[in-house]
Design a protein. Structure first.
Length: 253
């Protein structure tokens, strides 16, 4: 639809608005297109508008190719976002919610080879790079350049009265010293209520086991945090740490 509208625009002789944009109005059942040209005559961007505001797809261009693509809603990126290399190949893509990166973003080199992925979450309302995985040329994980965890339950369904058991492992450590796991009543933004009681698990060889019978019938949600720790080399009273948060669901029959 965007490309078709651009061709429609090419045959028109309308003048730019105050922002230097040419406005294409395909019809009352379609959004407006605002097209801005750079000084060299190439397209700078194309933006969908609705009721006088950016609403929908936005394409930003470099000298020859698309630089990035996003979906704008209420002045923020919402939905799929893509960034491209200078040669036009995909650099990375993922999902935005209210302007913040959310979930896994996948990263490619300029020959379209997947080189890694990064997980973004919200912590206390702010965008947070939670964990990342880098890949070698053969597709295997480069653990030395990665930082991620793995949550492995004995079973995701337990019978009433049985113990729920899961292992939390730091598959690729950032500091490579030691870790602890904190499990508590975190909300969806990983904030703890005042005075909350948490379980703290100490790990052996970067693996901790959590066991509980404190659950309800039906769906249960466990939230926690892995702390990747290291005493500071210059000041042993300071402990450097990196946090990775997780959420896991299980059912009780």
């Amino acid at each position: 639809m965007l490309i078709a509208a651009v061709f429609m625009f090419a045959s028109c002789s309308n003048q730019p608005n105050k922002q230097g944009e040419y406005v294409v109005k395909p019809g009352k059942n379609a959004k407006e297109l605002h097209i801005k040209y750079s000084d060299d005559g190439n397209i700078s961007y194309i933006q969908e508008y609705n009721n006088g505001k950016p609403d929908g797809m936005q394409l930003n261009y470099g000298k020859e190719n698309i630089k990035n693509l996003s979906i704008v809603k209420d002045q923020k990126n919402n939905g799929c976002g893509m960034v491209f290399h200078l040669n036009g190949t995909l650099n990375n893509f993922g999902t935005y919610v209210d302007g913040a990166k959310t979930g896994w973003f996948y990263v490619f080199d300029n020959s379209e080879m997947l080189t890694g992925k990064r997980e973004y979450i919200k912590v206390n309302g702010n965008e947070f790079l939670n964990q990342w995985i880098q890949y070698n040329a053969d597709g295997s994980v480069d653990r030395a350049e990665s930082n991620y965890i793995k949550v492995t339950p004995k079973s995701d369904t337990v019978k009433q009265g049985d113990e729920f058991v899961m292992n939390i492992s730091l598959e690729a450590a950032f500091f490579k010293q030691y870790m602890i796991v904190v499990i508590g009543p975190y909300d969806a933004n990983y904030a703890l209520p005042k005075g909350a009681k948490c379980d703290t698990l100490r790990a052996m060889n970067f693996v901790a086991t959590y066991k509980t019978k404190d659950y309800k019938k039906g769906k249960n949600i466990i939230r926690g945090m892995v702390e990747d720790l290291q005493p500071d080399a210059k000041n042993p009273k300071i402990i450097n740490d990196r946090k990775i948060y997780f959420t896991h669901e299980f059912r009780v029959q």
